[in-house]
Design a protein around this ligand. Structure first.
Ligand code: ADP
Length: 256
């Protein structure tokens, strides 16, 4: 009887600490969100005030309006990412799963980013075998994942750099690698890379804007699709993100 009671107390104690931990994480998350939103909002207010209070030349007015426009766009991206992530975490995102041709999808995504790569004189190579089996996934969600990984490779690789996409079959999975010879990620930072709002603090990316939500969303999407994502990176050398996806539905379809 005594032992039963003691166990009971232990159980309650553990529940409370878990709740506190969740509470703490939620508060931290809220603090980060508000901070991230306040920065562009401060610019919008500041430049709007300036436009109203000062006699500015048409060029100066235009400059103010462009900053306001950029800041508003940044808030929109941030809010859209936040909505995406919370809907994913709440299980409110519906997936439309079908057989997807990975090579075709990679071609579509890279085509839509071609100009961005060109502007930075980055060389993009694709190694996609012809006999790659289709994956069992949601094509729109996969487009989102591939776009995020390629845009990151583009942004965190200096001008003139190289980016490659390689795919291959690995048993009952397809493996897709996004390889860049960019700035790389240190071992300490790699641990946090898929966490919400995590961005590497370094001089080299101080002027690259981002929410730090992209990889958290990507990770969550891949997990929901029954896939995996791993990272192999060396600071100053480059990064390789490896995604694997199932080629067949998890449950075999019964034959009639
Ligand atoms: P964002 O790019 O919006 O900051 P992400 O979640 O997509 O957010 O990425 C988180 C961080 O991971 C980035 O801020 C960057 O520091 C680092 N990172 C992501 N991809 C790469 C890459 N290919 N090379 C180097 N660093 C990267």
């Amino acid at each position: 009887k005594m032992r039963g009671r003691k166990l009971g107390i232990l159980h309650v104690f553990r529940d409370v600490t878990r709740e506190r931990e969740l509470d703490r994480r939620e508060r931290e998350f809220l603090a980060e969100v508000t901070h991230e939103l306040r920065t562009p909002l401060t610019s919008i207010k500041g430049y709007a005030d300036l436009l109203i209070a000062e006699e500015l030349s048409p060029e100066e007015q235009r400059e103010c309006l462009e900053i306001i426009q950029r800041s508003a766009a940044r808030m929109t991206t941030l809010i859209n990412d936040l909505i995406d992530l919370s809907r994913l975490e709440l299980g409110q995102v519906s997936f439309h799963i079908s057989f997807v041709n990975v090579s075709k999808l990679i071609h579509l995504v890279t085509e839509s980013l071609r100009l961005q790569f060109q502007e930075k004189q980055q060389k993009l190579t694709l190694s996609l075998p012809n006999n790659l089996p289709p994956v069992w996934a949601d094509p729109d969600r996969l487009t989102q994942v591939f776009t995020n990984l390629l845009v990151n490779a583009h942004r965190y690789t200096p001008a003139g750099g190289k980016i490659a996409v390689r795919a291959g079959q690995d048993g009952d999975r397809v493996r897709i690698q996004f390889i860049d010879n960019g700035i790389g990620i240190s071992a300490e930072d790699q641990v946090h890379l898929f966490s919400k709002f995590f961005r590497v603090r370094s001089q080299s990316i101080a002027n690259i804007q981002g929410s730090g939500l992209g990889l958290a969303i990507t990770h969550s999407l891949i997990e929901r699709l029954g896939g995996t994502i791993t990272l192999d990176s060396t600071l100053g050398v480059g990064s390789t993100f490896t995604v694997t996806l199932p080629t067949a539905p998890p449950q075999p379809i019964p034959q009639p």
